[in-house]
Design a protein around this ligand. Structure first.
Ligand SMILES: *Cc1c(COP(=O)(O)O)cnc(C)c1O
Length: 498
């Protein structure tokens, strides 16, 4: 049986998996979700011995069944191979009383590599399958990590271009340097003078513009998305939740069938939605802990049923989670409305017009698969510090948010804390937390990321990843910055449309 996908804002808008991946966002502004959600009989007696690649193949062939199993296996092997610095791809480690799922062993040191190393393969194969000969232009807004991971995946991929918009003052120095030094003849990086939400809103508007879509078509081009709004980005993430559970079984931490929690550091609600999809597929999950930083719009939503983006925006030490409009929540809302596309469209329109919406009490009752909390800047530092003192394990600030919220909620089930970035991606903040007091000078954090790398290596003893070596002195190749209002004209200029 073929799994079709339809839009959360118009169920008559129906596609195959490959068409949905190619398109990214639905024309009506909605997101593609499976029409009939697949179920799997997950046999962990066998799966505990499966490789990451085998589990990824199982998940992808279940959701994307207009690709053949052999096509999927080839793509999986190309994606999850030597670009990762650990053969397990996503190692699970015991740290104190929790289990940490390390998702940062790919090329760009953040969990975005888990999906973005396979998305370009899916996109190319999907183009071939559908006879698409136009150039695919990947248009992406990034809070810091998606941009680099997407460029690393799409650089010099034939028949594609990639344009990345990032908040010029809203990413870490290492994140900025990673993006600005990106090589490849088909990549374009643009800093904007706004925040991630503004970048994401402008990108969505370009996707939804009929006029721009026609102009692109006349020039032999079409847009697609590398953000987690693309189902081709979301589904590969389901695999590591199943893999994590299999490792828990294998390491004899749980018995088969025992329910566990995942604590997920959340921004755009993509990663945690993939965990929810794993649960729907049949994974024994008790609850998903939605962990936010000071931009705690989701914490309020899960507690009150009211989503309100009209609030101060904070630039924090976990910049990849500095988001007030979590796009993937729309996929959950669609379920809460019992798949009512009109009701979903109405709520999301309220959000864009008034900046807030409220769900009904029966809808709120269905949120019991989730529990939410947030960590302040100080709690993040304390979490990194005491974890290092007690276990010698080093958290990056995003992972520290998830760990802190887990400790605040203290659930009784075994819990996997999802680690989304290497501490070397945010070394100044991490160093400030773990450096012994006597070594600390008042300017240590302000010295910046690059000077913190060596000290972090010395104090933590953690191997320096390949991606950091030589980064400071690499050639900066991208210099474009624009105002938010100029984003579309910059796209048209770069693509030669105007
Ligand atoms: C993107 C990102 C997140 C947030 O993930 P979402 O899927 O947007 O919720 C958390 N941590 C890091 C390091 C990230 O790059």
């Amino acid at each position: 049986m073929t799994t079709f996908y339809h839009s959360t804002r118009n169920k008559n808008n129906r596609k195959t998996a490959s068409q949905a991946i190619l398109q990214g966002l639905a024309e009506d502004g909605g997101l593609f979700v499976p029409v009939n959600f697949p179920q799997l009989d997950l046999d962990f007696k066998t799966l505990q011995n499966a490789t990451y690649q085998e589990i990824a193949t199982l998940v992808l062939k279940t959701f994307f069944d207009d690709f053949t199993e052999s096509e999927i296996r080839t793509m999986v092997d190309a994606a999850y191979g030597k670009k990762f610095d650990q053969p397990e791809i996503a190692p699970l480690k015991k740290v104190g009383g929790v289990h940490v799922l390390e998702l940062f062993h790919g090329e760009t040191l953040a969990f975005k590599d888990m999906a973005l190393s396979i998305l370009p393969h899916l996109m190319q194969q999907a183009a071939q399958k559908n006879g698409v000969t136009r150039e695919i232009v990947i248009l992406t807004a990034t809070s810091g990590d998606t941009g680099k991971a997407a460029m690393a995946g799409f650089a010099d991929v034939p028949q594609t271009k990639i344009i990345v918009f990032y908040p010029k003052n809203g990413v870490s120095p290492i994140q900025a340097q990673q993006m600005l030094t990106q090589q490849g003849g088909n990549v374009h990086v643009v800093g904007i003078d706004g925040n991630f939400d503004q970048a994401q809103t402008a990108v969505k508007a370009m996707f939804n513009s009929t006029e721009l879509r026609e102009k692109m078509a006349q020039n032999g081009k079409q847009f697609s998305s590398a953000n987690s709004m693309n189902i081709g980005r979301l589904i590969p993430q389901v695999a590591y939740y199943i893999y994590a559970y299999a490792q828990m079984v294998k390491q004899k931490q749980i018995s088969i069938g025992e329910e566990i929690n995942f604590s997920v550091p959340t921004g755009n609600f993509g990663n945690i939605l993939a965990a929810y999809y794993a649960k729907k597929l049949g994974l024994p999950v008790h609850q998903l802990i939605c962990a936010s930083n000071k931009n705690n719009v989701l914490t309020d939503f899960f507690k009150s049923g009211r989503y309100d983006k009209n609030r101060a925006f904070h630039v924090t030490s976990s910049p990849s989670m500095d988001i007030l409009v979590s796009s993937n929540l729309e996929r959950l809302i669609f379920e809460l409305t019992k798949e009512d596309d009109q009701a979903t469209a109405k709520l999301l329109t309220e959000l864009s017009v008034d900046g807030h919406y409220e769900i009904t009490a029966p809808m709120q009752d269905k949120l019991k698969d989730f529990v939410a909390g947030w960590a302040s800047e100080d709690e993040i530092i304390q979490e990194i510090k005491h974890t290092f003192e007690e276990t010698h394990y080093v958290f990056d600030p995003h992972t520290a948010v998830a760990s802190s919220v887990y400790h605040q909620l203290a659930p009784t089930q075994k819990t996997v804390v999802v680690s989304t970035a290497s501490p070397y991606k945010f070394p100044a903040v991490v160093l400030e937390a773990i450096q012994p007091k006597e070594e600390r000078t008042s300017s240590s954090a302000a010295d910046g990321d690059f000077s913190a790398v060596a000290a972090l290596q010395r104090i933590s003893g953690l191997a320096l990843p390949e991606a950091i070596r030589g980064l400071e002195t690499a050639t900066v190749r991208h210099h474009t910055t624009v105002k938010v209002e100029q984003m579309q004209s910059e796209v048209e200029r770069y693509l030669g449309l105007s």
